[in-house]
Ligand binder design. Structure first.
Ligand SMILES: [Zn+2]
Ligand SMILES: [Zn+2]
Length: 549
């Protein structure tokens, strides 16, 4: 350890928002820091706010400029908000990627799809294993969540230990995979923890999140009461839930059939890494369709109302392999993620309208969250007793409540971080020392664009009030030489008429001695927008091109 060495924390995604987690830790003197990245995830675009954008990820340009000092990306677990951006952002960092086997298998699949498989050094760390990256020594400590192999990372440096929790809950019986290594966590606390960087998702919820074993029991009971075909909608990544669905099927004389590409991907990854060894044989869609209705249980993707997922297509009755009808049931073994209400309720309405019974998780306790409620957070702080609490993985309201809770538990300092802010972590104190360029990137079709380029914003504007395109032709002397071209999209005919009149009038008034082509373009643009505003109360996106002969 040199005198100028410092330990810094830089979130570039996932602070102040749920999604696209990207946390960097730096060590060394200010001008020669070595970095590790913990998680590299996406969040999903919304048709309303980012039309045409499927996924959003952090802008990591600042870190990419010093990629020779980035020693690796370490994934805590395999959820999309933690690994979804590895393939698209890896070309900017070109560093090795580390993960436990199940997570590594899923990353591998993504790299393969992106054509990066041979290029990326993807290294498996055993469950409960260790990893040395320059000045950082990491322990992977098993914890529980809603996916296989979630890890709390103990990040050891010469200046202290950071416990980076990743996503977690305390589930005494997670059904599959390791239990929380409570001994390792409390031992870490005994050694002394400088800072805890911790999941805030459920910091507003009192109590505890509940166990997968309870969900399993309730699913078995619930399926026993249902008569026709049953479809359970759940997140594909929750492999324990999938195993529970298999047991609910078996206990009730039904066969399980998985529907949706991501379900099969998860089962394959789990099997290849040693899980689900005693899963009963699955029925494929053809076999399931031949079974009597009371003999089949489907497990389907699309619980969030995603329009292209299996459940949406089943509800529309245009799924190629699965048919539901009056007397059948759909069980939502999932929660409504805030923001997805409209899509989910539309889906439920469609099912109900066709006489299919819709059963929600709340009514039968067939879902538990994978994130810590206040009781679990309390336990974590009792184990770790850090000098500094840093809530991440939450919106501002979650993180501030988490910070308040940490303070109430005698943590001396709680820091609510923001993306792009660089903090120095020193004994008993976290200090903001710099701000680096940050923001979001949109995966727009196949192209990664900066949010600041405004493509989604432009599409939103067109969605609100349509588009006007005017073409003017000027002769060599700058006079209007031909009839003005006008194209519009998405506006009532009467508005188009008013716009045409205004544009023609502005073109007729053009005097080449008084104004040039550029001024004419601006005059026409304003006239078109004003006419639309007067006739309609809205200002469309307006483009004017001037062709000079
Ligand atoms: Zn997460
Ligand atoms: Zn997660």
């Amino acid at each position: 350890m040199k005198k100028q060495d410092e330990l810094v924390f830089l979130p570039l995604g996932g602070s102040g928002e749920i999604g696209m987690n990207f946390n960097a830790y730096g060590y060394g003197p200010e001008h020669d820091r070595k970095w590790i990245v913990v998680d590299c995830g996406v969040m999903f675009g919304r048709e309303t706010s980012t039309p045409g954008v499927d996924v959003i990820m952090p802008d990591i340009g600042w870190l990419a400029e010093q990629r020779d000092n980035v020693l690796g990306i370490v994934a805590t677990h395999a959820h999309e908000d933690h690994i979804g951006a590895i393939a698209p952002l890896w070309p900017m960092l070109r560093c090795p990627v580390y993960a436990t086997p199940f997570t590594a298998r899923l990353i591998e699949g993504k790299l393969e799809e992106a054509g990066l498989l041979g290029k990326v050094k993807l290294r498996e760390v055993p469950v409960g294993g260790k990893l040395k990256l320059g000045p950082f020594a990491l322990d992977f400590i098993s914890i529980t969540h809603s996916i296989l192999e979630p890890n709390l990372l103990a990040i050891r440096t010469p200046l202290g230990v950071v416990a980076h929790t990743g996503d977690w809950k305390l589930d005494a019986d997670p059904l599959l995979g390791e239990k929380t290594d409570e001994a390792a966590i409390s031992k870490l606390g005994d050694e002394g923890v400088l800072a805890v960087v911790c999941d805030s998702t459920n910091a507003l919820n009192p109590g505890a999140s509940g166990s997968e074993i309870g969900v399993r029991d309730n699913l078995i009971k619930l399926v026993g009461t249902l008569k026709g075909r049953v479809a359970i909608a759940a997140f594909a990544s929750n492999v324990a839930r999938l195993d529970s669905a298999a047991r609910a099927a078996m206990a009730n004389g039904r066969r399980l059939c998985l529907v949706g590409r991501s379900m099969h991907k998860m089962v394959d990854a789990a099997r290849e890494t040693g899980y689900l060894r005693d899963l009963p044989p699955l029925a494929n869609e053809e076999d399931a369709a031949e079974l009597p209705p009371h003999k089949v249980l489907y497990l389907v993707t699309g619980s969030q109302g995603e329009p292209r997922a299996a459940l949406a297509r089943i509800a529309e009755n245009n799924h190629p392999g699965v048919f539901l009808e009056r007397g059948d049931s759909v069980v939502f073994s999932s929660r409504v993620i805030p923001g997805n209400e409209i899509g989910i309720f539309a889906l439920m309405n469609k099912l109900a309208g066709r006489g299919i019974e819709v059963i929600t998780a709340d009514a039968h306790d067939v879902h538990v969250s994978g994130h810590p409620a206040q009781g679990e957070l309390r336990q974590m702080y009792q184990w770790l007793r850090p000098q500094i609490a840093i809530p991440v993985h939450g919106e501002m309201r979650h993180m501030t409540e988490h910070a308040r809770l940490a303070k109430s538990l005698q943590v001396p300092e709680a820091l609510v971080p923001a993306n792009g802010q660089l903090y120095r972590l020193a004994p008993g104190h976290a200090e903001l020392i710099d701000e680096v360029p940050s923001g979001r990137m949109h995966m727009d079709g196949r192209i990664l664009v900066a949010e600041g380029e405004g493509l989604a914003k432009a599409r939103r504007a067109m969605a609100f009030a349509g588009l006007i395109v005017v073409t003017l032709v000027l002769d060599g002397k700058g006079r209007v030489a031909a009839e003005t071209g006008l194209l519009t999209e998405g506006m009532p005919g009467s508005v188009e008429d008013a716009v045409r009149e205004a544009v023609d009038e502005a073109a007729r008034r053009h005097n080449p001695k008084k104004s040039d082509a550029e001024e004419l373009r601006e005059t026409v643009r304003r006239a078109a927008r004003r006419a639309a505003q007067d006739a309609w109360g809205k200002k469309p996106v307006t483009r004017v091109t001037v062709i000079e002969l």
